[in-house]
Design a protein around this ligand. Structure first.
Ligand SMILES: [Zn+2]
Length: 312
């Protein structure tokens, strides 16, 4: 289990920097909370502690003591800059070890990829939280609160979300965190005979969709769920069973695909992708047979005919 200590800078009586109607302590808490939520929701094997989860006053010593006594693997401190400038920079302690340098390289790179901020570089400083933490630590300065341009970005929740995502992507890469797979039923033994026919008796929605050549990814099941009136699909076993029953009743493959898809493209592959269907040769071969195109070999003429038949 990777233990990440997230430290939203300032809080309580310490507002941090202010400017353009913004307070640093509120922004750091928003970013830190999003980082925590994304990590816990989407990744395995990670646990989080925060220096504060609300608008509390927490001293610098309290912050590093909490991380040290928890024995965190990594200390991430979130701040917003001020003092006349623009963009993103991050800090590690002076003369740190190779692992901290590589974490800084990774996190810096991912944040810069995720947000539209000027790159002020990777820096070193003798800050309390970097010096007194017993584990690799980084402090990120996410834009300048006193810059009108940066502040306008920081006022958008989508921008805050992207800052958080950049940090998350960095942590994921640095600590090799694996993504959670959406809840599905336990894997069933695979049929030993290759199946060319839909298996109406498949008892898992994933297996069923696969057997009829339909995209069985979480995102596509979610789309199907909404088309079949299953609200708030998160992939629970109950929802999967409900979806399986509805999809079977709805009788797939449906000649009139419920999804409109790309109406412009001349490519059957692109069109199938746009409606979340298997666009591989074998997927197209199955579809061709269903639509009465014999001896499908994937010629241009067969592909246009197939596109015409499916899209209409
Ligand atoms: Zn600060």
């Amino acid at each position: 289990m990777v233990k990440i200590f997230i430290d939203p800078g300032h809080g309580g009586t310490d507002t941090g920097a202010t400017g353009n109607g913004l307070q640093e302590k509120a922004l750091t808490l928003q970013i830190a909370t999003k980082i925590r939520d994304l990590l816990l929701r989407e990744y395995n094997n990670v646990t989080i502690q925060m220096s504060r989860t609300g608008d509390q006053t927490v001293s610098l010593n309290q912050r590093t003591n909490a991380a040290n006594s928890w024995n965190a693997d990594f200390y991430l401190s979130i701040h917003i800059n001020a003092g006349g400038g623009s963009g993103y920079e991050d800090y590690v302690y002076t003369n740190v070890g190779a692992s901290t340098v590589s974490y800084q390289n990774i996190i810096h790179g991912e944040v810069m990829k995720a947000v539209d901020f000027a790159d002020r570089g990777k820096k070193q400083a003798n800050f309390h939280v970097l010096r007194e933490s017993n584990m690799p630590a980084i402090l990120t300065e996410n834009g300048f609160i006193d810059s009108a341009a940066d502040a306008n970005k920081l006022k958008q929740s989508s921008f805050i979300e992207n800052i958080a995502k950049g940090h998350v992507n960095g942590l994921v890469e640095a600590f090799n965190l694996s993504k959670k797979t959406p809840a599905t039923k336990p894997v069933e033994p695979k049929p030993t005979v290759p199946d060319s026919d839909p298996k109406p008796r498949a008892s898992s929605i994933v297996d069923y969709l696969k057997s009829i050549g339909v995209d069985s990814s979480f995102n596509h099941r979610k789309l199907l769920a909404s088309q079949y009136g299953i609200k708030n699909y998160t992939g629970t076993a109950a929802q999967n069973t409900q979806l399986l029953n509805k999809v079977k009743k709805g009788h797939t493959p449906r000649p009139n695909a419920p999804v409109k898809g790309d109406m412009e493209t001349n490519s059957i592959v692109d069109y199938l992708k746009s409606i979340g269907r298997d666009s591989s040769f074998s997927g197209r071969q199955k579809l061709a047979a269903q639509y009465g195109i014999n001896a499908y070999t994937g010629t241009a003429a067969q592909n246009s005919l197939l596109l015409k038949k499916i899209r209409g």
